[in-house]
Design a binder for this molecule. Structure first.
Ligand code: HEM
Length: 415
């Protein structure tokens, strides 16, 4: 490392300090997340047993809701069975759901006929109900409840799905996002910002046109919008509810609408990126060498492995955006129109795929945003003004610079 490089590296001490502080905060969050996994609070297992206390006659505070559920279910079954056979049940049969001073359920008079319409509508199998249950493996029994599907006790795949969504996808997401961010913060703290090793040349070269940049920022902003709203949808219950339920209500409402509204510009942006950048991102002969040397990332030497317009790292980013984006759009549209072309098993897979790919993409793009901003001096200028310093271009995209300056590939190094 020559002295000039050291001077440039030292300019970025503030970045290292920022990285160290971020690393400490992220380590705390990651620790909390890991503790969450192992604290035995598994939401896919019912937390309240029911019925037993009613038989034992020793209800504890934790059994209350189970007791109530048991009572409600028994009374409702009796009531419905009665109503099914003989019309409206006598008023005396209405169960008293009040436990202690709390009134759990209240009765209110209905307009004439409204109750009958409601019951009829509820009891008649809708096409959705039938579609929902079509073709999936299930465990069925006998039920006195007068509606289609009441006899389905369990769909084994439903259990797998619930485990996938509530455990696998959410924990994987938290670990991937927090873990990867922690790694980047450590890299910033220990390795520091990648400088333009030879310093700025004062001359610039054009890298991206206006349309490319406008499209990149449209895609980027809508991706960030989708990510934030998606995270509220996925983690709001765990992260926001404990602080404020009304806040979760407001944010949840905004997030559900925002998520749908950010989708069209994202889909359009990904489509344009695919059309514009696929050619430059096809695998090439320099990629393996670039990857083997880690892109020269860990040294401040200007002597990085040669690359054309997009190096292997950027190609990986491009293909994540292109393939990941298409998967997100297709599974997202599927979720917007439930049961149009998939049955319940297909819908479950669409949801799982959407969740898992989403969290992986968020983690990957945190890396992209890092290297495009704080991680590397001079990178953001490519997407902002469209021009980069010539020394930056030479250090990171030597072959591309030779191409646009009309020099011959004799400049290619074996490195
Ligand atoms: C704040 C957010 C973001 C920043 C600061 C940012 C920054 C940048 C920069 C500086 C470049 C040019 C690198 C070069 O000169 O080669 C770039 C390229 C690119 N960006 Fe972003 N970006 C952001 C978000 C996104 C998002 C969300 C996506 C896709 C969903 C995306 C997809 C791409 C692609 C495909 C390229 C071209 C390949 C590459 O250079 O890696 N970017 N971005």
């Amino acid at each position: 490392m020559n002295s000039e490089v050291r001077v440039h590296g030292r300019d970025f001490t503030a970045y290292r300090i920022g990285g160290a502080i971020a690393a400490v905060l992220l380590a705390i969050l990651l620790g909390w997340q890991i503790w969450e996994i192992f604290d035995g609070d598994n939401r896919t297992v019912p937390e309240v047993r029911w019925g037993v206390a009613a038989l034992d006659g020793e209800a504890t505070a934790g059994d209350q809701s189970g007791l109530l559920a048991h009572e409600v279910l028994r009374a409702r079954t009796r009531l419905q069975d009665e109503r099914y056979r003989s019309g409206p049940a006598p008023a005396s049969d209405a169960p008293d759901f009040a436990t202690g001073a709390a009134q759990w359920l209240t009765n209110a008079p209905m307009e004439r006929g409204a109750g009958r319409d409601l019951t009829r509508g509820w009891a008649r199998p809708g096409s959705d109900t039938l579609e929902l249950l079509r073709g999936s493996e299930r465990v069925a029994g006998i039920s006195s409840l007068p509606y289609v599907g009441a006899e389905v006790f369990e769909r084994p795949f439903g259990r797998d799905w619930r485990l996938g969504i509530a455990d696998f996808a959410t924990h994987l997401g938290a670990l991937a996002i927090l873990g990867f961010s922690l790694l980047l913060a450590l890299v910033l703290a220990l390795r520091g910002r990648v400088p333009i090793a030879k310093g700025r040349s004062g001359r610039t070269v054009k890298r991206f046109g206006f349309l490319e940049r406008a499209n990149h920022w449209m895609t980027a902003l809508s991706f960030i919008g989708l990510a934030l709203t998606g995270l509220v949808i996925a983690y709001g219950d765990t992260v926001i509810r404990p602080f404020s339920e009304p806040l979760l209500g407001d944010l949840g409402w905004l997030a559900t609408w925002g998520h749908v509204l950010f989708f069209p510009p994202f889909a359009l942006g990904i489509l344009f990126m695919i059309l514009r950048w696929t050619w430059g991102n096809l695998p090439g002969r320099y990629d393996a060498r670039w990857l083997a040397r880690g892109g020269g990332f860990f040294s401040d030497s200007p002597d990085n492995p040669p690359a054309r317009k997009f190096n292997a790292g950027q190609k990986l980013i491009f293909w994540s955006a292109a393939l990941g984006g298409v998967i997100m759009v297709v599974s997202g549209v599927t979720l917007m129109f439930p049961f149009y072309w998939l049955d319940i098993e297909g819908m479950s897979w669409a949801m799982l795929t959407h969740a898992v790919i989403a969290v992986l993409l968020i983690a990957i793009f945190i890396g992209h945003i890092y290297i495009g901003t704080v991680g590397m001096q001079g990178a953001i200028e490519a997407m902002w003004g469209g021009r980069v310093d010539r020394n930056w271009a030479e250090e990171h995209h030597e072959l591309w610079l030779a191409e646009i300056e009309g020099r011959t590939p004799t400049q290619e190094r074996s490195g």
